[in-house]
Design a protein around this ligand. Structure first.
Ligand code: PRP
Ligand code: MN
Ligand code: MG
Length: 179
């Protein structure tokens, strides 16, 4: 599996250090706010687990699972909700956890969904941001690292369901997905 990686962008140590910093920022912001924290499955699983361990304040953990699909007719219609929240977010601060913001469609869909349910506030913390690929105007409020427009895997990010368990963030070799 490691043989399929062209270049390690962020080592496990670098990711852990950045997560410490993000956790400190979030703790200053959310202390006493009692947010619902919402990792987006499956990509955010590893980052969310590491991050939430470092948040020493009252919160609820929930999650959603969404899937994107191509639909040229409607930009927001490209995302489908596969698993909904079990918490009512009406009047509650919501903190979305993502592994990466790419085109932005997933995040835009979730922002609209939680806003329609009366969330008190909605923010996103994403391990990675790939602004070069953005198609809709949406951004994460807290970002670990900005990444180049390459095929990124590891730390939750997959190619065809693989590489999510790599403990670092890397660029996938072209030979793996080109033939
Ligand atoms: C990936 C990633 C983000 C989303 C970002 O999830 O984990 O959730 O795409 O892309 P976008 O900004 O273009 O919407 P994916 O839908 O591949 O599902 P996964 O998390 O199960 O891999
Ligand atoms: Mn995802
Ligand atoms: Mg994926």
């Amino acid at each position: 599996m490691n043989n399929d990686i062209e270049q390690v962008l962020y080592s496990q140590e670098e990711v852990n250090q950045r997560i410490d910093e993000l956790a400190a920022t979030l703790t200053a912001k959310y202390q006493g706010e009692f947010p619902v924290v919402v990792p987006v499955m499956t990509g955010a699983m590893m980052f969310a687990t590491e991050l939430m361990k470092r948040l020493p304040f009252k919160l609820n953990i929930d999650y959603v699972d969404v899937s994107s699909y191509e639909d040229n007719s409607q930009s927001s219609g490209r995302v489908r909700l596969l698993r909904d929240l079990s918490h009512d977010v009406n009047g509650r601060p919501v903190l979305i956890i993502e592994d990466i913001v790419d085109t932005g469609h997933t995040l835009q869909f979730l922002n609209k969904l939680f806003a329609s349910r009366g969330a008190k506030s909605i923010e996103t913390c994403s391990l990675l941001d790939k602004p070069a690929r953005r198609e809709v105007e949406v951004n994460a409020d807290y970002v670990g690292f900005e990444v180049p427009n390459e095929f990124i895997v590891g730390y939750g990010l997959d190619y065809d369901g693989l590489y999510r368990n790599l403990p670092y963030v890397g660029i996938l070799k072209r030979s793996v997905y080109e033939n």
